[in-house]
Every structure is written in C-alpha cells, then in structure tokens.
Design a protein around this ligand. Sequence first.
Ligand code: PEP
Ligand code: MG
Length: 310
Amino acid sequence: LQDMEWNTRYQPALTKDGHRIEVVANIGAPAEAEQAVNAGGEGVGLLRTEFLFLNRTAPPSEEEQFAAYTQMTQALNGLPLIIRTLDIGGDKAVPYLNLPKEDNPFLGVRGVRLCFEQPELFETQLRAILRAAATGYVRIMFPMIATLEDIRRAKDRVAAVRADLNAPPVEIGMMVEVPSAVFLAAEFAQEVDFFSVGTNDLTQYLLAIDRGHPVLAKQADALHPAVLRAIQQTVQAAQAHDKWVGVCGGMAGDPLGAILLAGLGVHELSMTIPNIPAVKAKLRSQSLKRLQKLAQKALKCRTAAEVRQL
Ligand code: PEP
Ligand code: MG
C-alpha cells in the first residue's frame, strides 16, 4: 500500500470515472510550501498570512512580506498559490494594531473589515502580493466578505495598487464563510474569479456556535445539512457564472467530507498537509457519479447524525 501511495503521490486525484478534483494545501509558514508539494499537494489553496503579523511588535514591512511570498512561489514552481489577505480580528492579540476590545469579536472588525479600518496595512500587503505575483502563479483571496460593497472595495484597492505598480492582473477570489455570501452567491460570482468555502466559519455562523467554544464546538459539525445545502447553493450559483468553487475549511481534509464535497460539485479541496495522501486515495476509490448520488441523499438529511450515518 505504501508503494502504491508513493507511485501515485504526485499524480492528480482522478475519480474512477476520470474526473479530476484538485487537492491543494492550507499553509501558514513559508517552509510549508515545499512540504505541501512533497506530500502531493497540487498547489496552495489557502495561505493564512496571519503568521507574518502575530507575535511581534510592529507590522511586517512590504519587503519582508514580499520575501516570504516569493519563497513560496519559488517552492511551488508554477503551481498556484492562493494568498489570503490578513484575517485577524478582535480576538487575537496584536498589540501594535491597537484594536479596541469587542464584546463579540467574531462579529466585529475581522478579516477585510480590519483591512478597511487600517488602509496602510492593507495597501502594504497588497503591494507585496502583487509584486510576488510576478514570480509565480499567485491568486488573491479575501476573508470575511459579507456584502457586495466589501468585495468591490477590496477589488478597488487591488486595482489602485496594481495601477501604481503597473502590475499585470491576478485572479481574485473570496472566502464564502458568512451566510450572506451564500444567499448572494449569484451576485458575488459576477465579481470574482473563484470562491473558496470556509466551512469552519460558515458552520460557526450558520449554527451560531462559537467554533472555539469549550462546550459547544463539537456540535459545530460541517456535515450538518444546513451547511451542505449552503455549499450546494454556492456551487450552483458559481457554475451558472462559469466560476469554480474550492473548499478550504476542515471539512475538505476529512475523507468523508471530501467525497461529499466532490459530489456537490466542488472542484478544489484545500487541507492541512498530512491529510493530502488520504484524501487523494479516497477520491480515487470512488466514482463521481456515485458521489453525486450520495450528495443528493445527504442534502435531504435532516441532521448531521443522519448525514454521518449515510
Ligand atoms: C474557514 O473559516 O473555514 C477557514 C478556512 O478559514 P480560517 O479557519 O482561517 O478562519
Ligand atoms: Mg475563516
């Protein structure tokens, strides 16, 4: 079995009936880009850039960020790197940002909202990303998009920085992790090149369960039918506008979650590096046709327990 894994490690994950699902990595440090490739990852579906900003006393400079992103484009050697702009909120300790204390940090100044509050922080990061885009295959993704104004404002900032740098266009995507983005997916699909569903936050916000809650977090199950139906709506809206959908929440790295997502029409699955071989193996053992039927059944379930039983 180990030999088999080794032989197919760098091959794409094709279902038995020949459909390709892209399997990529979630990373949060420059050295992980190379590890992702070595594990059979076909790129990076989510670079959490928070690592550059935490545990320090001042924000990283443009040069420092550029160096980190470039280290990753080099390791990826042409494979896609989705760089998510800063996603910190009031619940993380970033003293130099002087974030006011909030009663509900998950509903507060988080993700792009923070970037809009601190435009120089945003601009510096966008400059570093757009410069790094000249060194490899970079896509930009925005977290915590809740309204059309959010995505338009973020795109405007990219356009302004691009004009200033005279940089070529890059693909732009958004996280679908706030319920409003699901209901407006058809409108959002006309604004971006791709969606990536963040099942961790989407589950949290759909079920109103703090994802880190000491008592309740285990009930925040991404296999809940409400989450599955939200993903289905998102995929259908995207397909109607010829856009692709990935998933970068924890559900994508769980082999059971991964096959359901493939059945729902998700095109790219992004996960922590150790999950890559098992998810590829699971996808190869199934036909997409069967997974589509399975997904249709799961969508009709009434509870997460019913989905798991299925
Ligand atoms: C998510 O919300 O599912 C996600 C991938 O982003 P993060 O876990 O970084 O919030
Ligand atoms: Mg999230």
